[in-house]
Design a protein around this ligand. Structure first.
Ligand code: IMP
Ligand code: MG
Length: 172
């Protein structure tokens, strides 16, 4: 496994994105919606970098199954969703890969009649997008590789790593 982004760089970029969000949403009723499970480390840091009275909620989306990196059918679980009617929602996810997850989540969230729906991701993988939408905010552009750490998993392992690493052929 090879380190790609270390802790101090993550901290700096998350702080910068948090400041931008705080500025853009200064007159809003902001709810950050973390996408389980991969976003939890990012979201914990992000909400503390936004100097506004934000609310926090979670939604679950899963697309990867078992060992494979091929997407399976996407399922969205809205059971834990707080009341977001009339609020400004920012969906926060770990990584924007094909974009299918974010695209589906935005459509789902719109049905709850929030005032607005935006998105923020930690990582944006290059050259993989299959949908029209782009995240409104992102911290890093990364090459097309399989990433773990800082919430991201491979087979549910490595989420605890405080840095971001690339899985190499021999790790997979
Ligand atoms: P998308 O729907 O293809 O954009 O995939 C988004 C979801 O796939 C993310 O929320 C991650 O859970 C997962 N994912 C995509 N790429 C990676 C990766 O490199 N490492 C770990 N998880 C990934
Ligand atoms: Mg995920």
């Amino acid at each position: 496994m090879k380190r790609l982004i270390d802790e101090s760089d993550i901290r700096r970029e998350v702080t910068n994105v948090g400041k931008k969000i705080a500025h853009d949403y200064r007159d809003s009723q902001l709810t950050i919606l973390g996408v389980l499970t991969g976003s939890i480390v990012f979201v914990a840091d992000l909400i503390r970098a936004i100097d506004l009275p934000v609310r926090l909620g979670v939604i679950q989306a899963s697309s990867y199954r078992g060992r494979t990196t091929q997407p399976a059918a996407l399922t969205i679980d809205t059971h834990m969703l707080p009341d977001i009617r009339g609020r400004d929602v920012l969906i926060a996810d770990d990584i924007f890969d094909t974009g299918r997850t974010l695209d589906a989540l935005v459509k789902d969230i719109r049905q709850q009649e929030p005032n607005s729906v935006g998105s923020v991701v930690l990582l944006r993988k290059q050259g993989r997008q299959t949908v029209e939408i782009e995240p409104d905010y992102h911290c890093f552009d990364i090459p097309d590789a399989f990433i773990v750490g800082y919430g991201l998993d491979y087979n549910d392992d490595y989420r605890h790593l405080p840095y971001i690493a690339v899985m190499e052929e021999q790790d997979l």
